[in-house]
Write a protein that binds this ligand. Sequence first.
Ligand code: GDP
Length: 364
Amino acid sequence: ALNCGIVGLPNVGKSTIFNALTSAKAMAANYPFCTIEPNVGVVVVPDPRLDKITNFVKPAKTVPTTMEFVDIAGLVAGASKGEGLGNQFLGHIRSTDAIAHVVRCFDDDNVVHVAGGVNPLSDIDVINTELLLADLESVEKRLVKTEKVAKNSQDAKVKSELSALKKLQAVLGEGKPARVADLTEDELIASRELFLITQKPMLYVANVDETGLTEGNEWTAQVEKRAAEEGSEVVRICGAMESEIALLDPEERKEFLSAMGLEEPGLNRLIRAAYKLLHLITYFTAGVTEVRAWTIKRGTKAPGAAGVIHSDFEKGFIRAEAYHCDDLFTLGSEQAVKEKGLYRSEGKEYVVKDGDILFFKFNV
Ligand code: GDP
């Protein structure tokens, strides 16, 4: 499963947010939940559409889809030089698919700030510099090898790798993340073998206090400005409040949220933003025994989507009966969807859309 790593300086609220995320058990009573390793959590992806479909179909059981978060503690200034447990942490980040970068945007005299005061932009620079330096080192090491190989090779793959490495070296050398390098398709493929950290999609999590949540504050304004320049997204969260919300039972939670004037926990926004960052979308299966949400990569065709349920579904794929959940919501029943001609039969080339409700026909 694809996952999102949570990074940031010490004491910015990473563990608080991670722990609140993984007590999502409380958020979704009766849903399967587990922690794989102490720092890896499986989190339910909150999706109001799933609840709506459940109301229509009234199945025996409803199963949401999930994604993974990884808490990566211990990233400090100097990590790329091996400070702290630097290299080990960088290794953990390398194996994630996307990054949520937590930034402290709250003031609290009881919580020590590692750099002396709240300054999100300087915190962002410290972390991003470590990640850039780690990538630059990977690129330069590889460049030495590839240049040697390229001397005696006409192989197109080697050439793409060499040109990718040179472009990446230049971009990283200017202090910019690898994701902004202008790589061709072949260069991009070649670069993937390096597992560069700054090539992964990233969003910022502004950890604020309660007042900063809706209004923002001077620090969130700084982070939002920076993020806009980079084309990244910012999710505002109050870690301390989320950890309280996560402990409440569903009724209490509703009351708490409405008293705060909130529609849903901030974590829901974070989970959905991370899901989107990973280019993931959801389709549904809706039968009387089970209504269920399934995760696929955007762009997946119908057989691949079937394969997420079972490899036999993909091997024996014949076609998919398909309609969109929005049509069900507006028209009110599957029958009405059929009468409008919106219930279709789709073949192998059909690219599944976010919110599709699918029923697969396959050979066994
Ligand atoms: P980490 O080192 O980044 O994992 O940070 P922690 O999650 O351990 O948090 C560091 C300290 O900040 C703890 O004492 C938390 O209780 C506190 N903290 C986390 N989030 C918030 C927040 O939103 N507001 C306030 N006031 N304190 C927070």
